[in-house]
Design a protein around this ligand. Structure first.
Ligand code: S3P
Length: 438
């Protein structure tokens, strides 16, 4: 089993760039696959999760070329051109791949079965199966979990207006993708704002879609038209370095070409409330998505009660936010974040265990945690923690090493490759001392 050893380095400095956005890379493959024409994607993330989606689309008959690093060319087969895979589609660790594929496959005239790794096979899938069933999809889970079996559609799906019970971009996206095969306009209504990459990209492919007041209304198009897409750096990967630059000593860091879609940047607001010194500069756009450079300087953070409205806008950033909280003066309180329990691991329990192992006081709540920070000197004792195969937990404890009294050994880190293939290399460029062991 792979592990990292992260030695206390203390100082961050330099200019770094993080790999492409995972959410956008998945969507580019799926929408490009059912568009007409060739979609060129630049800045594509070649991580295990996105490669799983690539394999699935290939198994469904889509030719995907990789002409150069971070570039893909998707030869779309049209909305009705996908073919039965003839075998189970294994999407590895990726919840996004599985849930979005459920939507896309619900409208196809062939059967499909979706499976994944040990972690994914335990994650809830009824949240997508239920609305898709309302649309007439023949979709079955096993006690709410994968394998997900999707029967051939024999007629167009029924258009629905669906009020999401949870704030989830994956559920919203699955319904919208199924809506491409609907008999009329499909509307999603979300209880809180979630990432809107699907909506933006559907528009880039020429799909009629209206958005506003938490609603997205998709009119089934005759076709999607191939386009050129530029994938910005993943805000969620940059997040590790926003916290690193804040809690470490030294000059701080600049992270270039980061996607700053406002439905993703809740961490910036939370860190600002905590007293961080972060500037977002050089705003520009990468097609439908806003991009900027992020300058981070070390700062004395203080604990806050995190506003619940920011939770969905920072949902993947909580593991590293727990690390920031452990370095802040006073208490940080997270509530309204029960969704963290159904991510790649139960992120409330796994982070709390890791923090406790590092000597940090952390009280577990049903829907969050209370973390007592130490603003001066080392905040973490060092020693060993188990990431439970969760990429973001592993990277978060690597960041913690900046304020550790002794090296941190992080177990079970192979899944970092699901989202951030060369994390140790980029981390070392930023001044951290993280190395892979066996
Ligand atoms: C994602 C949505 C979020 C996020 C996940 C990626 C997406 O999941 O946690 O990493 O690409 O739509 P939920 O929709 O379950 O909140």
């Amino acid at each position: 089993m792979q592990h990292y050893v992260a030695h206390p380095a203390g100082a961050t400095c330099g200019v770094i760039r993080v790999p492409g956005d995972k959410s956008i890379s998945h969507r580019a493959l799926m929408l490009g696959g059912v568009a007409e024409g060739v979609t060129e994607v630049r800045g594509f993330l070649e991580s295990e999760d996105c490669l799983a989606t690539m394999r699935a689309m290939r198994a469904l008959g889509v030719n995907v070329e990789q002409p150069a690093p971070h570039e893909v060319r998707v030869h779309g087969v049209g909305l009705r051109g996908l073919k039965a895979a003839g075998r189970d589609l294994d999407v590895g660790n990726s919840g996004t791949a599985m849930r979005l594929m459920c939507g896309l496959l619900s409208g196809q005239r062939f059967d499909s079965v979706l499976i994944g790794d040990q972690s994914l096979m335990k994650r809830p899938m009824e949240r997508v199966a239920a609305p898709l069933r309302l649309m007439g999809a023949k979709i079955e889970t096993v006690e709410g979990k994968p394998p997900v079996r999707i029967g051939a559609a024999t007629r167009p799906l029924s258009a629905i207006r669906y009020e999401l019970p949870v704030a989830s971009a994956q559920v919203k996206s699955a319904v919208l993708l199924a809506g491409l095969y609907g008999d009329g306009p499909t509307t999603t209504v979300e209880p809180a704002v979630t990432r809107d990459h699907t909506e933006r990209m559907l528009l880039s492919f020429g799909c009629p879609l209206e958005t506003g007041r938490g609603e997205a209304r998709l009119t089934p198009p005759e076709r999607l038209t191939a386009c050129t897409l530029e994938v910005p750096g993943d805000f969620s990967s940059a997040a590790f370095f926003m916290v690193a630059g804040s809690i470490g000593g030294g000059e701080g860091l600049t992270i270039t070409h980061v996607g700053v879609n406002p439905t993703r940047t809740g961490l910036l607001e939370i860190l600002a409330l905590m007293g961080a010194d972060i500037r977002v500069v050089n705003h520009r756009s990468a097609g439908a998505e806003p991009v900027a450079d992020i300058e981070v300087r070390p700062a004395r953070l203080h604990g806050v009660r995190i506003p619940e409205r920011l939770v969905p806008l920072a949902i993947d950033e909580f593991p590293v936010l727990f690390i920031a909280a452990a370095c802040a003066e006073g208490e940080t309180v997270v509530t309204g974040a029960e969704e963290l329990r159904v991510k790649e691991s139960d992120r409330i329990a796994v982070m709390a265990n890791g923090l406790a192992a590092m000597g940090v006081e952390c009280e577990v709540l049903r829907d969050g945690a209370r973390i007592q920070g130490r603003p001066d000197g080392p905040a973490f004792a060092g020693g060993e923690i188990d990431s439970h195969g969760d990429h973001r937990v592993a990277m978060s404890f690597a960041v913690a090493s900046l304020r550790a009294a002794a090296p941190i050994r992080i177990r079970d880190v192979a899944n970092v490759a699901t989202s951030f293939p060369d994390f140790p290399g980029v981390a070392r460029q930023a001044g951290l001392d993280v190395r892979l062991g066996d």
